[in-house]
Design a protein around this ligand. Structure first.
Ligand SMILES: O=C(O)[C@H](O)[C@@H](O)[C@H](O)[C@H](O)COP(=O)(O)O
Length: 263
């Protein structure tokens, strides 16, 4: 059998957050060693709030290794074509849940929101976001694809991740780093998303999926043949051992795929 993703299951979100903290700090430090920065992509959904819990509330037994947000470059794994103060904005979500709560002495990350000049033209918006990525990555690394130190992703109940939806033609996108979506089955319809090759090219890729509402899709993704062609299954296949799933017991009830004990 080839290399496999890592599946971790915790009793509750607090213990998940403690391990996620250790994992993110490891990724941060590896990024600092590689290029003096930590380049991370984040999605929306429940991820920003779990991430804030992990990073800002270490709790008992949580790693006390330092976080240096001043050297973080944060991009969005996907974003909705809405103003930055709109309730559907992933930027707003991250700002409210995490960015505004970071104590000043921990530094301020360099955050890359979408350019709202292009709200009516998601192709332009995607191109502009790709340019921003190129400026951050290509100059130094001269690579064909950006290599994020970490992508932090969610898993939708249909197996979507970023704004890559099941059976969508975008799953076959092989050139663009960032692609427009005009017809998202989940509103709002207009979005931009990182492409699948960018996601699987990351140094590390983490999913956070919690709650019993996830158990059916988790069973499909991990235990069935059809699940392998869902967006999350394709990330598992392309990223293999670089992928880690942080889940709780409710989300993996009945999942046969073996879990890992520790990082
Ligand atoms: O734009 C979207 O459709 C959401 O942001 C989506 O990508 C989210 O990450 C997943 O649906 C998981 O959401 P939860 O983490 O809240 O379950």
């Amino acid at each position: 059998m080839g290399k496999q993703p890592n599946l971790y299951a915790f009793n509750d979100v607090s213990s998940l957050a403690r391990t996620l903290r250790t994992y993110v700090i490891q990724c941060q430090n590896a990024g600092f060693e590689r290029h003096g920065l930590f380049k991370v992509a984040v999605s929306g959904g429940s991820l920003p709030s779990t991430l804030a819990k992990a990073l800002l509330e270490p709790g008992e037994g949580g790693s006390d290794a330092p976080l240096d947000f001043a050297k973080w470059e944060i991009f969005f794994a996907d974003e909705r074509a809405v103003p930055l103060d709109h309730p559907d904005s992933n930027y707003k979500l991250l700002k409210d849940e995490l960015l505004e709560k970071i104590p000043r002495p921990m530094g301020r990350p360099n955050v890359h929101p979408i350019d709202v000049k292009f709200l009516d033209d998601v192709q332009e918006m995607a191109d502009q976001y790709q340019d921003a990525l190129m400026q951050s990555f290509a100059a130094k690394d001269s690579v064909k694809l950006p290599i994020f130190d970490l992508l932090l992703l969610g898993c939708g109940p249909d197996g979507h991740t970023c704004s890559l939806f099941p059976n969508h033609e975008l799953l076959r996108e092989s050139d663009a780093w960032v692609a427009p979506v005009e017809d998202s089955p989940k509103p709002p319809a207009k979005r931009i998303t990182l492409s699948l090759p960018v996601v699987t090219h990351g140094t590390k890729i983490a999913f956070v999926a919690t709650g019993a509402g996830k158990k059916d899709i988790m069973k499909q993704i991990f235990d069935t043949e059809e699940g392998r062609s869902l967006p999350c299954g394709l990330v598992n296949e392309g990223g293999a051992e670089k992928v880690s799933w942080f889940t709780d017991n409710g989300a993996v009830e009945g999942v046969g795929f073996p879990r890992r004990g520790s990082l």
